[in-house]
Structures are given as C-alpha cells and as structure tokens.
Design a binder for this molecule. Structure first.
Ligand SMILES: NC(=O)c1ccc[n+]([C@@H]2O[C@H](COP(=O)([O-])OP(=O)(O)OC[C@H]3O[C@@H](n4cnc5c(N)ncnc54)[C@H](O)[C@@H]3O)[C@@H](O)[C@H]2O)c1
Length: 255
C-alpha cells in the first residue's frame, strides 16, 4: 500500500480536471477517496467508472450548501471512515473586464470558491480535530497571487483562498491539522478550455518560462505531497505555485 495507507480523503470538484486527476493520484497512492461534485452527468460517469470499488465513494453535493456540507461530512466520517485529508478543488471561473463584472457574478464566484472551500474545510476539520491529525489542501490560483487581466472576481476569490488557507493553518495547528494551498498556473482542464481564448493561450505561453500549459496530474502530485503526513509533516500555511515558473518570472528570453 502507498502513502495513503487506506486513509480517507475527500476531494471536491472531483469529477473534472484537477480534482479528477487528484482522485486518481490519491487512489494510486493507497488512499480511500470520496469524490464530491454537483455535475449530475459527470457524477453518473464517475459512478460507472468506480462501480464495484470499495475504496471510492461518489457523492452529489453543492459545496455552498452549509447544512448539506455538514451532514455529508458527518455521514462520510461515520460510515466510510475517519477523514484524514481534504482537497478543495471545486471552483468556477469567469474572465471579464472590470466594467463587465456584475455584483451577481462576483458574489457567485466568491460563494463557490471561498465560502465552499471554507464550509468543507471547517466541517472536515471539526472531525479531524477530534483525532488530532489530518490535512487540508485548497486549490488557489496564480490569479490569486498576481493581478491577472479580467480576473477581478476570480482573482479576488483566489486571493481570499490564500488568506483563508493561512488563517486555517493558524487556527488548526493546535488541533494537529495542517492546511496548505496549491496555486496552479494554466492547466489543461475543461475550465481552461471554456475560459481561455487563443489570445489568452498565446499570452500564457509568452509569460511562462516553461512555455507550456501544465497537466492536471502535475497539480495532483503536489497535492498528494502536501496531504502526506510523513513527507510534508512540517509544512503548513504554505502556498505552492505550480505554474511552470510564471510567478517567479521577470523578463523571459526566448531563442
Ligand atoms: N485549470 C486551471 O488552469 C486552474 C488554474 C488555477 C486554479 N484552478 C482552480 O483549480 C480548481 C479546479 O479547476 P479545474 O480547472 O479542474 O476546473 P473544472 O471545471 O474542470 O472542475 C471544477 C469542478 O468543480 C465542480 N463544481 C463547481 N461548482 C461546484 C459546487 N458549488 N459544488 C461542488 N462542485 C462544484 C464542477 O462541477 C467541476 O467538476 C478550481 O478551484 C480552479 O479555480 C484551475
């Protein structure tokens, strides 16, 4: 058995993109995984893929629904096994100039990306704190670390995820829990296919030293490291950019 040692991890946004790759990676590492999402067709497809497997459970949940989040986390902890890890990958994005960003869109993005991350993290942390061990990894973004164009709502939501991660790490350290975030650069997922125009792609290539988009699995491997209590035992409150060098870049020289 791998680093997961049969422990239970909950992955939100687990039927697509980064969340889906994280589910696969954690299963390979020997975790038992609860896949959470609200996309009904994709949930059905995931149930078909994992049917008959005792190490996976697939659950429908809107992470912004406080009462249902609390109930489902309690049920998972009681009936599937004590939760040891949480990955908050559920998220939504939109790319609009400031003038074209409505308050309704801004609120919706904050609700899913920030409140959803807070609710799932809080509910699971309450259970993990009872046992004094566990880890949470939030998926932030380089758009929460830098002022990317057209990202007033999305960027602000991810900036909030960064600060939320640091505060949670602070509040939960005394309970034996670690909380970290991964800030992905451009990663080839359905979200990016929906949001990035050809012009965006050209810009990301130009400003990323590694001159390519990342693969979801390249995020999943860092998430797995942060969840692992042996390899990342003294890492908490940290934001790791996994971005092909985007955040650290100055002038990029190309031949
Ligand atoms: N792809 C990128 O380049 C990139 C870069 C930086 C950060 N991120 C972040 O990574 C995370 C995953 O993104 P992705 O690219 O894999 O996107 P994706 O759209 O492929 O997957 C996101 C999943 O979250 C689910 N989801 C949305 N709202 C939900 C809700 N209220 N409750 C439960 N599930 C919900 C969606 O149904 C979807 O399955 C997001 O938080 C995103 O902001 C992505």
């Amino acid at each position: 058995m791998g680093d997961g040692q049969g422990r239970v991890a909950v992955v939100t946004g687990g039927v697509s993109g980064i969340g889906q790759a994280t589910v696969s990676y954690l299963l390979e590492e020997g975790w038992r995984v609860v896949v959470i999402d609200l996309d009904t067709p994709a949930l059905a497809a995931a149930r078909a893929v994992f049917s008959g497997r005792k190490d996976v459970r697939v659950e429908a949940l809107d992470v912004t629904d406080e009462a249902r989040v609390d109930r489902l986390i309690e049920t998972i902890d009681q009936s599937f096994g004590p939760i040891h890890g949480v990955v908050n990958s559920a998220g939504i994005a939109a790319d609009h100039h400031l003038f074209n960003t409505s308050a309704a869109l801004f609120r919706k993005i904050l609700d899913v990306n920030v409140i959803g991350t807070f609710l799932v993290g809080r509910a699971a942390a309450r259970k993990m704190a009872e046992r004094g061990t566990g880890a949470i990894v939030n998926i932030a973004s380089i758009s929460g670390l830098r002022g990317s164009k057209g990202r007033s709502a999305y960027g602000a939501s991810k900036g909030a995820v960064v600060t939320l991660t640091q505060v949670m790490a602070n509040d939960l350290a005394e309970h034996g829990l670690r909380v970290n975030a991964v800030a992905p650069g451009p990663i080839e997922t359905p979200m990016v296919k929906a949001v990035h125009t050809d012009a965006d792609r050209e810009l990301y290539h130009r400003f990323t030293p590694m001159n390519r988009y990342g693969e979801p699995r390249e995020i999943a491997s860092v998430v797995a490291f942060l969840l692992d209590e042996k390899r990342a035992s003294y890492v908490t409150g940290e934001i790791i950019a996994v971005d092909g060098g985007y955040r650290g870049a100055g002038i990029i020289v190309r031949d």
